[in-house]
Design a binder for this molecule. Structure first.
Ligand code: GAP
Length: 568
């Protein structure tokens, strides 16, 4: 069934999930405010993600600044290449993302360059969508928001367009905290910013949005994953860039080289499991591999988890093999040692390039600091020492300018116990807002006859876990209901107390915001201490003892169904 996203967005606004920001000033495209239900939904999604990545898989959670200095994005390539193409109407000035205007003219316009895209739009007579004016040729536009940091001699900074860079620049800390072993992983959950050209699709294309990103640092030769065996028989629907679409087991996908290795395959499966946990419809999910020309500048392979929505197929998560791109780039630009160390089984005699400190020269210049400067110099990447008149060396909390006459880089034979190498990165990158929207759309159902809306949200993500109602707000029923409400709150469950209007209307209000069950206190409660529990999806009811309410709601929220209330 085709779903009109406007219908979902209007429910969201009416019931307090979300609405366009700065409405009283005419709004601002690509920005949304989240109300109480939307905040709860997003928190529930993020917390479940943490459960998988931090608790189950052992990634370390970091929290880095939203503003980063320019060198970070010079190194990462975002300054030079993180751009989209836009065209402008020569009559009314409206701007459009050029590839979006070509979506019905080419199978994948994201793979075209400026010239190809301009030609395609021209030859097909594409005009301004609002005034039919002529369009300019496509131009590139960098998507990062720029700012200035500090007063006076202010330096440029950028709002981060992804959370990932914070984790790459912190590799040394992550590696150290992981006891210098690989694989080791970091995650970050937080806001990212992109100055999108024409954000017109609700939560799908925002200028400020939440990401949940994981960076797994692995040995480049390690293509296996310890927990792969446990999931290898699971199936995924894969749309490969070879043009083939098939549903196959992870094991077959790796054996046939459709997915490049077990690590990528495992995290694709974890991603699929996560979106099923938060309630997405398995019949509307697929993994699509990027075309070579579509890949982000840092990726050597990338699979998008896509969901079928009212907007068409939409990317919710990108699972990318970033190779050694990011760490190598930051090593080159910062001179920091972002390598890992691999110990050999036996020491080896090798001829290799190394740095030899000339202590006699250095000693005269650096006196008491010689030892710490020499040590720091010896740890620096060789590339950063070659062909320079002097090298800035960080030691003892200061920068020492070390002239080239203090050391030499030359080939020599030596016994080595191991080698340094740059780890590779596997990155599952999730967009929280898109996942939240997809969860709402896939959960939305409306009965044709009565226009009765039910959001069949999974209990795990539902903003309220239960509605609690006294049949009447009198005769002590309200007191008992308040006690039940308090006991659910103490157990950590967000519930909604409502004593106004007919019971039917109260159920309807809860169904419309996805509350899995409702507890009603009636006159029988006073006689025998039982309450009714109503299940959202079947509308069926059971009576249980009021002291078992917390257990009953816990079971219904976990999806166990009314049968699980037997004996309560
Ligand atoms: N670190 C890699 C990275 O950022 P990405 O594919 O550009 O990869 C990851 O972004 C996810 O972030 C996407 O799959 C999407 O869910 C979300 N996302 C990206 N741009 C977005 C936007 N403008 N609005 C909302 N979500 C966005």
């Amino acid at each position: 069934m085709f779903m009109d996203p406007q219908e979902i967005l209007s429910l969201c606004k009416r019931r307090g999930f979300l609405w366009p920001s700065f409405d009283i000033y005419g709004g601002m495209a690509g920005m949304y405010d989240f109300g109480p239900l939307g905040v709860a939904l997003k928190n529930n999604i993020e917390n479940h993600w943490r459960r998988l990545y931090v608790l189950q898989e052992g990634f370390m959670e970091l929290s880095c600044p939203l503003v980063s200095p320019e060198p970070v994005f010079k190194a990462s390539g975002h300054l030079d290449t993180f751009s989209d193409m836009y065209v402008e109407c020569t009559k009314c000035g409206e701007t459009y993302r050029a590839d979006h205007l070509a979506k019905d003219l080419h199978e994948n316009p994201a793979t075209l360059d400026e010239v190809q895209l301009g030609k395609l739009l021209r030859e097909n007579g594409v005009k301004c969508l609002s005034c039919k004016g002529d369009l300019t040729e496509p131009k590139r536009f960098n998507l990062m928001f720029k700012t200035m940091v500090g007063a006076g001699k202010a330096k440029p900074g950028y709002l981060r367009p992804e959370t990932a860079q914070g984790m790459f620049v912190n590799f040394q800390q992550v590696y150290r905290l992981g006891r210098e072993k690989l694989p080791v992983g970091a995650v970050q959950v937080g806001t990212s910013f992109r100055n999108e050209i024409s954000p017109r699709q609700g939560l799908i294309r925002l200028r400020e949005f939440h990401q949940m990103e994981a960076e797994l640092f692995v040995h480049p030769d390690d293509k296996t994953w310890p927990r792969f065996g446990a999931v290898k028989h699971e199936k995924l629907l894969l749309v490969a860039n070879s043009g083939e679409t098939k549903e196959i087991t992870l094991e077959q996908a790796v054996n046939d080289k459709v997915i490049v290795n077990e690590v990528l395959a495992y995290f694709m499966w974890l991603t699929y499991r996560f979106v099923l946990d938060v309630g997405l419809d398995p019949k509307k999910m697929r993994f699509r591999q990027h075309e070579k020309t579509e890949m982000a500048h840092y990726a050597s392979d990338c699979w998008d988890l896509e969901a079928e929505l009212g907007y068409g197929w939409v990317e919710l998560v990108g699972v990318a093999d970033r190779g050694c791109y990011d760490l190598s780039a930051h090593i080159k630009h910062s001179d920091a040692d972002l390598t890992a160390f691999e110990k050999f089984d036996e020491p080896k005699e090798v001829e290799q390039e190394g740095v030899k400190v000339k202590f006699d020269v250095m000693g005269k210049m650096f006196k008491g600091d010689t030892k710490i400067v020499a040590e720091a110099l010896s740890k620096m990447p060789l590339e950063s020492l070659k062909g320079r008149e002097s090298v800035p060396v960080q030691a003892g909390g200061r920068t020492h300018d070390v002239p080239a006459e203090c050391f030499e880089v030359a080939m020599r034979k030596e016994k080595v116990t191991g080698r340094k190498f740059v780890p590779h990165v596997i990155e599952p990158a999730y967009g929280v807002d898109r996942i939240a929207y997809a969860a709402l759309e896939h959960a939305y159902s409306k009965s044709e006859k009565e226009d009765y809306i039910t959001l069949r949200l999974k209990g795990l993500v539902a903003p309220f876990k239960a509605g609690v109602f006294p049949l009447m707000a009198k005769d002590g029923l309200d007191g008992i209901a308040s006690e039940i409400h308090a006991s659910l709150s103490s157990a950590g469950m967000h519930t909604y107390y409502d004593d106004a209007g007919s019971i039917g209307r109260r159920y309807a209000r809860m169904d419309e915001v996805g509350t899995p069950c409702c507890i009603t206190v009636d006159y029988q409660t006073k006689d025998d201490g039982t309450v009714t529990v109503r299940d959202r999806d079947s509308s069926e009811q059971r009576r249980i003892k009021k002291e078992n309410v917390v257990l009953a709601v816990t079971r219904l929220v976990s999806g166990a169904g009314l049968k699980a209330l037997e004996g309560l």
